[in-house]
Design a protein around this ligand. Structure first.
Ligand SMILES: C[S@@+](CC[C@H](N)C(=O)[O-])C[C@H]1O[C@@H](n2cnc3c(N)ncnc32)[C@H](O)[C@@H]1O
Length: 194
């Protein structure tokens, strides 16, 4: 066997292992998605500036992403508002996104970017009374299930930004049209105040 053939076989094996790894990741994603009431579907990166604008964070804010997925929203906000003494907290209860979030936030911190805390918990069981801002990208029924918790727990003036889904029993203070194409997800954003 020549050196060239050996290199060729090594290359083929690396390719096979790479595709197997992708297949395993896809299977875990689909499996956790099927188990969850709300699957892990990250918001498109192109709307992150709109989310930041709608939240309108201030010095000392405490920001939660309920069902933070891979924590891309909080990581973006934390990187852009690094020196404002703002706390960024993601709550997530699915195995795949939470580990992705831990990895990405660790990598961000290592590169000296903004810091994000990721908590592995069911957000229905988490006390949100210190929140000043909340971001959600969930599902209509979950929004309505959360409303009574928010009404009981949130401090006055807490701002909530929801992508795509709105409460049926509460009116937003304003809506943002995200000007996305008809086949794209995340077309609207609803901004609430409690
Ligand atoms: C549509 S994804 C949104 C991810 C992220 N917020 C984003 O916008 O990119 C919704 C996430 O909520 C999580 N989730 C659903 N119900 C939850 C619960 N009760 N507690 C914590 N996380 C939950 C799911 O696992 C999923 O990752």
């Amino acid at each position: 066997m020549t050196i060239g053939t050996i290199i060729f076989y090594i290359f083929v094996w690396i390719l096979i292992l790479f595709f197997l790894a992708i297949l395993v990741i896809l299977c875990i994603w689909m499996w956790t998605g099927l188990k969850a009431k709300v699957p892990f579907v990250p918001v498109p990166n192109s709307i992150l500036p709109d989310i930041e604008k709608a939240l309108d964070l201030k010095e000392g804010s405490v920001v939660y992403d309920l069902g933070c997925g891979d924590a891309r929203v909080l990581s973006y906000l934390a990187n852009r508002n690094k020196n404002k003494n703002i706390k960024f907290i993601g709550i997530e209860n699915s195995w795949f996104p939470i580990n992705l979030a831990r990895l990405l936030t660790w990598w961000n911190k290592k590169r000296g970017k903004g810091e994000v805390s990721v908590i592995a918990q069911d957000f229905f069981k988490y006390d949100l009374s210190n929140a000043t801002h909340i971001f959600v990208y969930l599902y209509p029924t979950v929004m309505d299930d959360l409303l009574s918790k928010f009404d009981k727990e949130l401090s006055p003036k807490t701002k909530l930004v929801s992508v795509t889904f709105q409460f049926t029993q509460k009116k937003p203070i304003f809506e943002v049209d995200l000007e996305r194409k008809s086949y794209q997800l995340a077309k609207k954003m609803y901004v609430y105040e409690f």
